[in-house]
Write a new protein. Structure first.
Length: 483
């Protein structure tokens, strides 16, 4: 069918294909593609657009575009001025920052507004200023030791501190690493010297401990060798001891058998020798029991002791070591029983004696009390028989005792010196006797003071001489006092 086309048809067909090819080439020249490392910002009659990961047609004269790199930017952050730490130490800090534009549309718009028309050097200069300012503030909050020993902590603080400012520019901090910290005053160098000294000290201590362990192990080995040698000597001595013990056992068995033979012989001989003595002792025991009945218990115990002693001597020949303790125990028990019976008899006799003595003492006390009561009754009846003469007699007979008691202080005087001038009748020694007489004359008054009863009242209540009382309780007549 195509072969039958006229020439004009072929021309039009070729022109059409050519126009199509030219159109496609033109459209292809207008098509802009964004690679994985960049974003295309298109603006024009259709508004602004951000193209990432695909392409779009940009119509000339109506639209325009700019590419924005999304690649990682790495640059040094090294402030020219010294940074001062929390301690006031001036340090120089060099760091490496890794920053990129965020991949979301909003962040790309923000970054394009601020950096799209700027070169890479200008963009890095702006970011460095922000990073250096934050670094200065963070260094001022830390000590030199923290900066040197904890660089990761400084990087974490930088990322967290710069996050807000970087977000405002559409950027994010991928990493921040401290590359070098130095100071002009050798603070950092001196800071490591104590650790160096400590490490050296630890090394010396470790070497000393190693020497000590070596010496200890050598001593342990020597001790183990000595212990092994001592154990061998001990085993040898033990073997020799066992051999000697077996020899001693054999000798002992021989001696035991020999003693058994001797024992049988001596026992038969002793039985023959002691038969007459035993019979004589038994007869003597019977005679003694018939003659002295009072000492029967003691004699029986003596006979038992003799029999026990005979048995002990016979059995001692059988087994001196094994049966000696049993024989001794039987003898002690026999003696203890005899002693017990004796003590019981003595105790009973002593108790009877004490009981009889107590009864006698009680009887004496009772009789004495009864006699004292009768004496008191007799004395009371006698007091009822008292008359004026008896009362006066009592008073006068007791007066010497009173005067003696009053003059008793003079008996304690060792020496009296009398100085007399001769004036007056009662001077010198007469003065002392006169004072004693006056003291005796005060006895009635002393009696009245102590008893609260006057002498006249006392004599008024005592019957006159020759008057008889009407009864035990009768009072003396009123005229007894002479009134």
């Amino acid at each position: 069918m195509f072969l039958n086309l006229p020439i004009e048809g072929w021309v039009f067909t070729g022109l059409g294909v050519l126009v199509l090819i030219l159109l496609m080439s033109w459209l292809a020249s207008l098509y802009r593609k964004a690679g994985p490392h960049e974003a295309i910002v298109v603006y024009g009659f259709r508004g602004k657009r951000v193209i990432t990961g695909h392409g779009t047609i940009v119509w000339p004269m109506f639209e325009n575009y700019h590419g924005l790199s999304l690649e990682l930017m790495s640059f040094d952050v090294a402030p020219q001025q010294d940074l001062y730490t929390k301690q006031g130490v001036a340090v120089t800090v060099e760091a490496v920052a890794q920053i990129k534009v965020k991949s979301d549309t909003e962040s790309i718009w923000t970054a394009s507004e601020q950096f799209l028309t700027k070169t890479d050097q200008q963009r890095e200069g702006l970011i460095k200023l922000v990073m250096e300012g934050h670094l200065r503030g963070i260094i001022g909050q830390l000590t030199v030791e923290e900066i040197v020993k904890q660089p990761e902590m400084v990087g974490d603080r930088m990322r967290s501190t710069c996050a807000d400012d970087m977000n405002k520019m559409g950027l994010e901090v991928i990493s921040f690493t401290i590359k070098e910290v130095r100071d002009k005053n050798e603070y950092i160098i001196n800071m490591g010297r104590p650790d160096v000294a400590r490490i050296k000290r630890d090394a010396d201590v470790a070497a000393a401990e190693a020497d000590r362990d070596t010496a200890i192990r050598r001593a342990l080995a020597t001790r183990e060798s000595a212990v092994a040698k001592a154990q061998a000597d001990q085993d040898r001595v033990l073997a020799e001891t066992l051999s000697l013990a077996k020899q001693a056992e054999a000798t002992r068995d021989l001696e035991v058998k020999r003693a058994q033979y001797v024992e049988v012989t001596k026992r038969q001989q002793a039985q023959a020798d002691k038969a007459y003595d035993i019979q004589t002792a038994i007869m003597q025991q019977q005679v003694t029991a018939e003659q002295v009945k009072v000492q029967q218990v003691e004699k029986e115990q003596q006979v038992k002791v003799q029999e026990a002693e005979i048995n002990r001597r016979e059995k001692e020949l059988i087994a001196t070591v094994l049966k000696g303790a049993e024989i001794e125990r039987q003898r002690i028990e026999t003696l203890a029983a005899a002693e017990k019976q004796r003590l019981i008899a003595e105790a009973e006799g002593h108790a009877s004696s004490i009981r009889a003595q107590g009864e006698a003492e009680a009887e004496i006390i009772f009789k004495k009390g009864e006699a004292e009561a009768k004496a008191m009754n007799v004395k009371a009846e006698a007091y009822q028989e008292y008359n004026q003469a008896a009362v006066i007699d009592k008073l006068f007979t007791g007066m010497p005792e009173i005067v003696r008691a009053m003059a008793s202080p003079l008996a304690n005087v060792d020496k009296i010196t009398i100085v007399s001038t001769g004036n007056g009748d009662a001077t010198g020694m007469n003065k002392i006797t006169g004072d004693l007489t006056k003291m005796a004359a005060q006895v009635p008054a002393l009696f009245e003071t102590l008893s609260g009863m006057s002498m006249n009242e006392l004599f008024s209540k005592v019957r006159g001489i020759g008057d008889k009382p009407s009864g035990p309780d009768a009072l003396p007549p009123k005229g007894a006092n002479g009134k």
